[in-house]
Design a protein. Structure first.
Length: 188
């Protein structure tokens, strides 16, 4: 018999699991394990970083979307305000043009103002722009109603002096009032 020792024959009931054939020595095997462990740790760290970034970006994106929505709502509200202001200014310019061309119904404006004055058949003086007063010379009013030309009154405006006081129908003021009402309704 030789001095060499022989390994006993092993009989396995089944094939081993989780066994891998590695070509190399034990040092190379350990370096491979270290490298694999480092790669796995790096991959875990990379995933954790991505998740953290997604989480941070998610809140940033949500905040940006909320800010965009607030800006949109503000812009829509501002647009409505601007549109109302523009509409009033267009109406103001149309009234000026129609008044300058004397296409306004000054008789109706005077009669509406007299009706709003509440003087009934009482005495009153209607102050009109000289061009409007000239147009009213042929119109019959109550016996105690006097038409007077007043250069201080703008065309299309009517000032009625009554025993109770002065009633003013001012087109610019009326348009300002309409504009203010529109602004208040849009803010509500």
């Amino acid at each position: 018999m030789s001095a060499e020792r022989q390994a006993p024959d092993l009989a396995l009931e089944r094939a081993p699991s989780l066994v891998r054939l590695f070509a190399g020595d034990e040092v190379e095997l350990r370096q491979g394990w270290k490298s694999s462990a480092l790669e796995q740790a790096f991959e875990r760290g990379r995933r954790a970083g991505e998740e953290e970034l997604r989480s941070a970006l998610g809140s940033t994106v949500d905040a940006a979307l909320a800010e965009i929505e607030a800006l949109r709502e503000s812009a829509v509200a501002r647009l409505a305000q601007d549109a109302a202001g523009l509409a009033v200014e267009i109406a103001r310019e149309l009234v000026r043009c129609e008044t300058k061309a004397q296409r306004h119904d000054i008789e109706r404006i005077v009669r509406d103002t007299l009706a709003a004055s509440g003087v009934g058949r009482g005495a009153c003086v209607v102050h009109l722009h000289p061009r409007d007063a000239e147009r009213m010379q042929r119109v019959n009013f109550r016996a105690r109603t006097q038409i007077e030309a007043d250069p201080a009154v703008a065309e299309g405006d009517v000032h009625v002096t009554t025993p109770q006081g002065l009633l003013v129908r001012d087109l610019d003021h009326s348009l300002d009032t309409i504009g203010e009402r529109l602004r208040q309704e849009l803010q509500a």
